[in-house]
Design a protein around this ligand. Structure first.
Ligand SMILES: [Zn+2]
Length: 170
């Protein structure tokens, strides 16, 4: 079943997800519907938050070469490590037509559970790492527009500090 995707500024998008403690039949159905919804919208990933579910899970299409889609269900993800930084354009199904340059790690390793409650380690680089981080952000109630604001704010602080140094050196 194709689910309704919540669009910004719906407050649901700011909710922090709750860990999945049991992989019930409902979780299976939700994951299945989320995959269908992601693929029918040409999305790279979709977080449960975006379909009004409070559960900490997302789906991602790990086939990046345009071949047959390879959807993957990621439950209770936790970031183990991240490396490097890269700025690239990204979009979000909750913000149709908006594409923003966002800084993300080049490489991430996450720990998660799959639908069979098995522990899984997911290593992702480039576009896939970007998608993983974007979806984990959704589960934490963080939107990509806030990532831009964060960089801008950090740069602003650097400028202010620089100007302060200039005035002190006078
Ligand atoms: Zn998104």
């Amino acid at each position: 079943m194709i689910l309704q995707i919540v669009k910004y500024p719906d407050p649901v998008l700011k909710k922090k997800a709750e860990p999945v403690d049991k992989i019930s039949k409902e979780v299976f159905t939700l994951a299945d519907d989320m995959i269908e919804t992601m693929l029918s919208n040409d999305g790279l990933g979709l977080a449960a938050t975006q379909v009004s579910s409070p559960l900490r899970l997302f789906v991602i299409n790990i086939s990046l070469d345009g071949d047959a889609p390879k959807p993957m269900v990621v439950i209770n993800p936790r970031i183990i490590s991240q490396e490097g930084l890269e700025v690239h354009e990204e979009g979000c199904l909750s913000f149709p037509e908006l594409y923003l340059n966002i800084e993300r790690p080049q490489k991430v390793r996450i720990h998660a559970k799959d639908l069979y409650n098995e522990n899984a380690i997911l290593d992702a680089t480039g576009l896939l790492a970007r998608a993983v981080m974007h979806e984990i952000d959704h589960l934490d109630g963080i939107l990509f527009i806030e990532r831009v604001a964060k960089i801008a704010q950090e740069e602003q602080e650097k400028i202010l500090k620089y100007l302060e140094t200039l005035s002190q050196n006078k």
